[in-house]
Design a protein around this ligand. Structure first.
Ligand code: ZN
Ligand code: ZN
Length: 204
């Protein structure tokens, strides 16, 4: 490209516009309790694409932002999680997390922003001590910000790694990570099942 040709995508106005959009996306993602890796745009999964679509709607960004805008937003979200008071880095994935202590004295890592599906309730107990209660599924949720245990979202947790490592025994392409994590007998794409092929042929 000649030095004289203006690069329209990178004019100051386009740049400011991108920053403003990224800022709104990062704020929306933080208010939804998301970690930066849940928006992964390059090499991400369908689940991550769906999450970005939800963030985009919450941020009231009308058109699908460019990869560059998302990368900027992801950087801003990461920076935001790094400034939450008391955060430390997860030893597995390096994400910023908070460590809380339960009444029983066990240490639990939580994601730094409260999340609608959170189950950890950090609070000050009767003795003025900072403690966290891990709510069981059947317990009523207090009308207070709840946090996800980091192991539920950590991309390097043993469960996440196992799910990601799962490949189809027939075609060796990746299996659905959610199904793979849930069902150990799911080892083959339904369309790759040898039995399926036979019955397809029988119908032909
Ligand atoms: Zn982690
Ligand atoms: Zn397959």
């Amino acid at each position: 490209m000649s030095a004289a040709a203006p690069d329209f995508a990178h004019t100051q106005r386009a740049e400011n516009n991108r920053k403003r959009k990224a800022h709104h996306l990062a704020l929306a993602a933080a208010s939804m309790g998301l970690q930066y890796y849940e928006l992964k745009v390059v090499g991400g999964s369908q689940a991550e694409a769906d999450t970005r679509a939800r963030v985009r709607r919450a941020a009231r960004v009308d058109r699908d932002p460019s990869v560059e805008t998302w990368q900027l937003a992801i950087g801003m979200l990461l920076a935001r999680s790094a400034t939450v008071p008391g955060v430390q880095q997860c030893a597995r994935c390096d994400a910023y997390v908070l460590q809380v202590t339960t009444e029983a004295g066990s240490k639990v890592l939580i994601d730094p922003f409260s999340h609608p599906s959170g189950s950890v309730f950090p609070h000050t107990n009767g003795q003025g001590r900072q403690v966290a209660r891990v709510l069981a599924g059947h317990e009523p949720k207090p009308d207070e910000p709840l946090y996800r245990q980091h192991t539920a979202s950590c991309p390097a947790s043993p469960t996440a790694l196992r799910a990601r490592a799962r490949r189809c025994l027939v075609c060796s392409r990746e299996l659905d990570a959610v199904l793979a994590a849930r069902d150990p007998s799911y080892t083959t794409h339904p369309s790759c099942e040898p039995g399926e092929e036979v019955s397809d042929r029988a119908h032909a």
